[in-house]
Ligand binder design. Structure first.
Ligand code: C5P
Length: 397
């Protein structure tokens, strides 16, 4: 319920992507938002008002001259009652209208009369999108502080392929959730590691750690929502990367180390969430080790580099944050790690509390002691952690 209590005025304009707006309403409601739909006349040729009425549970407006609306002030009321006006899909024609301040139907009038932020998800044929007139209009909207969501690239309803597809409904919801988050990391670069590493013994076997990558991906998403430019170096995980994040896939600790060290010095923040294997086999066998030799094979291990400690030891290190997953003595072990790695903040969690799941319990340990974060969804905890990091960064510089 990440949009709990938010009032969304949703404008639907005429385009084949209008059918995706039905799914969008369903997802917005699922996240706790209330949705008031206004359609242009053209939109009603693609989807009927009844569809949106059934999904939103609210009356749908489309006619500026509807005599049932008291004082005919729907154009003011509809956007005045909202926290945000979202136009999805937004046709090329509608974008042109809003860019020029035209108000010749209900939706364009309420866009002009709004006192809330405007978010626009374009949807059109690729040539309409690429047309310099559309690009000029979109630039005008951006200059006016309108947030443009997408568009996506790919196959289009007309059979062509290119930029102009409306974002998927789930992506628009993610962008809206992000829109409502505070932005303390605008202009900051944040690098993080996530997931486990895998240290090969032979072509089919290896040493790894239990880590789903969920907590790291939640931190990446929260940092992106806060406005940071995020680079995520991650070991083998099945998670999908949130949009807008640069992802570098690695397998072993040595690869993770190499990728991190390539860019760590230019970062403002480094968050090491990965469960890096402490040891690796000295040399991976080139072929599968067979059982025919009799006894168990001896595998010689060597120590992996401590990525976090190395970044913290750079001449001008980014603000470094570590994670400590422990099965007991959390406070003691976490603080000892923080001091040993010479980092200002370490995030402790008890293994029983969060491994593999969507929830976790975290405690932030710094020089001044412990700050427990109440048990919650990993994304909520990640947002609280990012807020804490932003404060430390502000105090640090
Ligand atoms: O030393 P330990 O593995 O317990 O420390 C955990 C913290 O250090 C985590 O933030 C982890 O990502 C980081 N780490 C690392 N490189 C290693 C081992 C741990 O960056 N080789």
């Amino acid at each position: 319920m990440e949009l709990n209590g938010k009032r969304v005025a949703l404008g639907v304009t005429g385009g084949i992507a209008a059918y995706k707006a039905a799914e969008l309403v369903r997802l917005l409601i699922k996240q706790g938002a209330s949705v008031q739909v206004t359609m242009t006349e053209a939109a009603t040729h693609f989807v009927t008002a009844v569809t949106f009425q059934a999904l939103s549970g609210q009356r749908v407006f489309s006619d500026q001259w509807d005599p049932r609306v008291a004082n005919n002030m729907a154009h003011i009321d509809l956007s005045r009652r909202a926290d945000v006006l979202l136009i999805a899909p937004a046709s090329a024609d509608f974008i042109a209208k809003v860019a020029h301040g035209l108000a010749d139907d209900l939706l364009s009038t309420l866009s002009l009369a709004r006192d809330c932020p405007l978010l626009v998800a374009p949807a059109m044929n690729r040539q309409m999108w690429e047309n310099p007139a559309t690009q000029r209009n979109v630039a005008t909207l951006r200059g006016d502080g309108v947030v443009i969501l997408g568009p996506d690239c790919g196959e289009q309803a007309c059979g062509e392929s290119g930029a102009g597809r409306m974002l998927e409904a789930a992506d628009i919801v993610d962008d809206l959730i992000a829109f409502f988050q505070p932005k303390p990391l605008i202009g900051k670069k944040l690098l993080l590691t996530a997931g486990p590493t895998f240290e090969a013994i032979d072509p089919v076997r290896g040493i790894t750690n239990l880590s789903s990558g969920k907590m790291g991906f939640a931190v990446a998403r929260a940092a992106r929502e806060a406005g940071a430019e995020v680079t995520l170096v991650c070991g083998p995980v099945s998670q999908e990367v949130p949009r807008g994040i640069r992802r570098i896939d690695v397998t072993s600790a040595l690869q993770m180390h190499a990728e991190v060290m390539k860019c760590a010095a230019s970062q403002d923040i480094f968050v090491a969430v990965a469960a890096v294997a402490d040891y690796r086999p000295k040399a991976a066998a080139p072929h599968k080790i067979k059982k025919d030799g009799g006894g168990a094979p001896a595998i010689e291990l060597v120590i992996n580099p401590d990525i976090l400690a190395e970044v913290a030891a750079l001449p001008a290190p980014p603000l470094c944050v570590g994670f400590a997953a422990e099965s007991r003595n959390l406070a003691d072990y976490a603080q000892k790690k923080r001091v040993a790695k010479k980092i200002p903040l370490i995030v402790g969690n008890l293994i029983d509390d969060g491994f593999g799941g969507d929830e976790n319990t975290l405690v932030l340990y710094d020089q001044s002691g412990a700050t427990p974060l109440p048990r919650g969804a990993k994304i909520e905890l990640a947002r609280a952690l990012v807020g804490h990091i932003a404060k430390l960064l502000a105090a640090h510089r």
